[in-house]
Design a protein around this ligand. Structure first.
Ligand code: ZN
Length: 478
């Protein structure tokens, strides 16, 4: 789903009655997480288009074991992403995809035209529906009802964009199946098709205009979370929140601490979202890192930022703070250690990644779930400030703390190490949460009207008008 970048200015004026120690129940995890998805691949050609590559390449990109593709395939991605579900003893029980390439082993020749008479791509002119109709003129449309996901794979420059087809199915372009960019696009759209939304960047400023991790004056930058394929298109596994949404994280592995008395702390040991144990071979011959039943083994921390009886949607639906520990893993997350994408990758591998979002177990509908946002705990990054790469150092570094003025708590990266569990070991981060004294009234920053000197002409937004700080920014902290 491509959406033009929009800046959502978070503004709210709300009066909240405080009840200290209010506990909000966390709803249960999805009861029956689907672990087997049926996928139909529809490879189609435009009118007059030569065959770009063998249909076997398409099949390999989706269903293959990645042997001839650097380990890259949708099937491998799903298996690695869900490997937490693998039981002890190395028995593989991760999620999987099965399915078919429609078309009897050939590209589906359609009468769909990619361009108009002037050579402009028809995509922007509602061409997708026409393309769909031309495909359905060739194949039996009802066959697709047998599948959970339909991937329409075209191979034409006019398919550089992607999106949802008329029935909600993802459209994906494939120009070269061995290209990383292409695989990213397939995986991004596939993840949409199974219910995931985007992972974005949250950029906030203080009343004095300085960038801060969290405030009441924030904008959202679509896509730009660098640590997820649902973010800025890097070829990465899903983050822990999305794993939980898909049912890949057992409820017992998610820590959701109750709010404590102001001034008290709780320390929670967080292990990687994806397993970090020794690889074993699998039937497909690809290395696979099994999950062992480790107790306790928290792979995500979910902190309720709501501290009131009347718990409105905190900050545009971002009611929860999610903490995650990522480590290089498998084929897709190996590059968290080092590649051209992650010259500062040690930050994510050493640090605590912080996101805000709605409850992970709300209805898994792309349209109804607010996208996640990544919090930049180092918002002042010389050289990259204001750019997408500014968020490469977003995770909280060892020894550092992040205060959430809205949730009235502080999290601290209290150290890391390696813990032994039976014959296996796993790295961990100790996370300390210190509960703060909330304020009875939560007021936003108010920007006073501003006029150009000597006139009644308003200043250009946001203008240099003075800002009255919100009460929580100026009040005492415990
Ligand atoms: Zn998208």
């Amino acid at each position: 789903m491509l959406i033009a970048t929009k800046h959502v200015v978070v503004q709210f004026i709300t009066l909240i009655v405080l009840v200290a120690g209010a506990v909000v129940a966390i709803p249960p995890a999805p009861a029956d997480a689907s672990t087997l998805r049926r996928v139909a691949v529809v490879p189609f050609l435009f009118e007059g288009q030569p065959v770009p590559y063998p249909i076997s390449d398409v099949e390999a990109a989706v269903f293959g074991n990645g042997v001839n593709n650097n380990g890259l395939s949708v099937a491998n991605y799903v298996r690695e992403d869900s490997s937490t579900l693998t039981t002890s003893g190395g028995v593989e029980a991760a999620a999987a995809i099965v399915g078919d390439v429609i078309g009897g082993g050939s590209w589906i020749r359609t009468r769909a035209r990619a361009t108009d008479g002037a050579g402009h791509c028809l995509h922007v002119a509602g061409g997708m529906e026409e393309w769909r109709n031309q495909i359905y003129a060739v194949i039996d449309e009802t066959v697709l009802d047998n599948y959970d996901t339909v991937l329409f794979l075209g191979a034409h420059p006019c398919l550089e964009s992607d999106g949802y087809g008329p029935r909600g199915e993802p459209w994906v372009m494939v120009r070269r199946v061995d290209a990383w960019w292409t695989m990213r696009l397939i995986l991004h759209e596939f993840n949409h098709s199974i219910g995931l939304h985007h992972s974005n960047q949250l950029r906030c400023t203080a009343p004095d205009g300085q960038p801060v991790p969290i405030s009441t004056d924030c904008s959202v930058h679509n896509y730009d979370d660098p640590f997820s394929v649902m973010g800025d298109w890097r070829l990465k596994l899903n983050n822990a929140v999305h794993m939980a949404q898909l049912g890949y994280l057992p409820m017992s592995n998610i820590s959701a601490p109750d709010r404590g008395t102001p001034g008290t702390s709780v320390t929670i040991r967080l292990t990687p979202a994806h397993p970090m144990l020794a690889p074993v071979p699998t039937v497909s011959g690809q290395p696979f890192l099994p999950y062992l039943t480790l107790e306790p083994r928290y792979q995500m921390i979910q902190i309720d930022r709501c501290r009131t009886v009347i718990c409105y949607n905190v900050q545009d639906g971002r009611r929860f703070m999610y903490l995650e520990f990522r480590q290089p893993y498998g084929v897709f997350d190996q590059s968290l250690a080092s590649d051209e994408d992650f010259t500062e990758s040690s930050d994510v591998a050493r640090g605590l990644t912080v996101r805000l979002g709605r409850s992970y177990n709300e209805s898994p509908s792309v349209s109804s779930i607010e996208a996640l946002v990544l919090v930049d705990t180092n918002p002042v990054s010389p050289g990259t400030e204001g750019s997408r790469d500014d968020f490469l150092d977003a995770p909280l570094a060892p020894g550092e703390s992040l205060e959430d003025p809205i949730g009235a708590f502080t999290i601290t990266h209290a150290g890391s190490g390696i813990a032994a569990y039976g014959t296996a070991t796993t790295p961990y981060i100790d996370v300390r949460i210190t509960w703060r004294q909330p304020f009875p009234f939560l007021l936003p920053n108010l920007r006073l009207p501003c006029f150009l000197p000597g006139t009644l002409i308003p200043c250009p937004w946001p203008g240099p008008g003075p800002v009255l700080p919100g009460s929580f920014l100026s009040g005492p902290q415990s």
